[in-house]
Structures are given as C-alpha cells and as structure tokens.
Design a protein around this ligand. Structure first.
Ligand code: ADP
Ligand code: MG
Length: 182
C-alpha cells in the first residue's frame, strides 16, 4: 500500500460520509518554519459514543460489516506518533467528529502529502451533494474553497460536467499554486 497523506485524507472523508455527514471541513497545513504537517477533518455526522471512540483507535475494530478490519485511523495515528506528532479524535453522538493529525514534516518517516489537487478535485466532484469546505495553509498564506463557492459560480450544472470540471481543476490549481510548494 502506498501511504501518502492524501490517502488518509480520503479515508477520513469516507468515514465522515459513512457517518451521514452533510457538511465536512478539511484542513491541511504545511509549515516549513514550524516543521509540521497537519490534517484535520471535521464533520456533522452521527458521531461516536465513548466506547466506540476508544475502540476506533484499535486496528482490528470496524463497524463496517463487509470488511474484517478497519485500518484507516490506527494507521494514521501510528504514523503521527512515529513522526513525533500528535493525534486526536473528538466526537459526540448526534453532533459529529473531528480528527486531527500533526506530523513533524522533516521526520524521515513522514509520508509525502501526495497529490492534493487531484485528491480534492475528485472529492469535490464525487461528493457534490455534501457541503465540503477545504482550507490549505502554508508559510506563504492560505487558500480556501467550498462546494458552496463553486455552486454559486456554476449554477445548476453538475460538477462533473466537462466545463465545470475544468473550471474547478483550474481554480484549485491556481489557488494552491499561490500558496503551496509542490
Ligand atoms: N467521522 C466518523 N464518524 C463516525 N464514526 C466514525 C468516523 N470515523 C470513524 N468512525 C468509526 O470508526 C470505525 C473505524 O474507522 P477506520 O479506522 O477508518 O476503519 P473503517 O473505515 O475501515 O471501518 C468506522 O467503522 C466507524 O465506526
Ligand atoms: Mg475508514
């Protein structure tokens, strides 16, 4: 398995979708000065009770019956810990969940971020019905984008419409190029 941080981002978003979220916030911070990389995914889904929240960090726990093990969260937690970082999940039943991972960027085991632009593009298009809000921060500044912003600009057309798809791709590309270093 190729592990980059975008893989984890997609996994966390899938968890939020599976929890019935109608709004998902995604935050990525890359700081050379601060020597850190952080991922944050928050949702307004079903949340977890205290017992589930405890078990969720165990690599052999999943509530998805079609799979034997859940690996996403334990793997991200282990990666964050190996990379001298921090990992936390906060959740409340009926309210939602926030997962945060912080990694020391210069650590030899810190995975690459991966293709953030392609990852976001596919999340925005495939989760068109969900209010997705994305914020990227670096030492150079901040770029934010939400499904709502796109919706206001494109009217009724589907995000997968070729012209709209291209528009979103360019918007993301330019926004990220202004603040990210890929
Ligand atoms: N955002 C979330 N909201 C509610 N439950 C969650 C959320 N994220 C994870 N969970 C619970 O934690 C379990 C383990 O998640 P994960 O480690 O990603 O493995 P998997 O998704 O393969 O089950 C999920 O099956 C689900 O029950
Ligand atoms: Mg998962």
């Amino acid at each position: 398995m190729v592990e980059d941080l975008c893989f984890h981002l997609v996994d966390l978003v899938q968890n939020s979708v599976a929890a019935g979220a109608s709004a998902i916030g995604l935050g990525v911070t890359e700081s050379e000065h601060g020597d850190r990389l952080t991922l944050e995914v928050s949702d307004n889904g079903s949340g977890m009770d205290a017992e589930t929240l405890d078990r969720v960090q165990d690599p052999f726990f999943t509530t998805k019956s079609f799979k034997r093990v859940g690996l996403g969260i334990p793997l991200l937690k282990a990666t964050a810990q190996v990379c001298r970082g921090e990992f936390s999940i906060a959740s409340q039943v009926g309210q939602g969940t926030t997962v945060k991972a912080l990694l020391q960027k210069s650590h030899l085991d810190c995975p690459p971020l991966g293709d953030l632009e392609a990852t976001l593009l596919s999340l925005l298009v495939s989760l068109e019905g969900i209010d997705l809000r994305f914020t990227y921060r670096s030492d150079r500044g901040e770029f934010s984008l939400s499904s709502g912003d796109i919706r206001r600009q494109v009217g009724d057309l589907h995000f997968s419409h070729p012209d709209i798809y291209r528009f979103i791709k360019e918007y993301l590309h330019e926004g990220l190029a202004g603040v990210a270093r890929f």
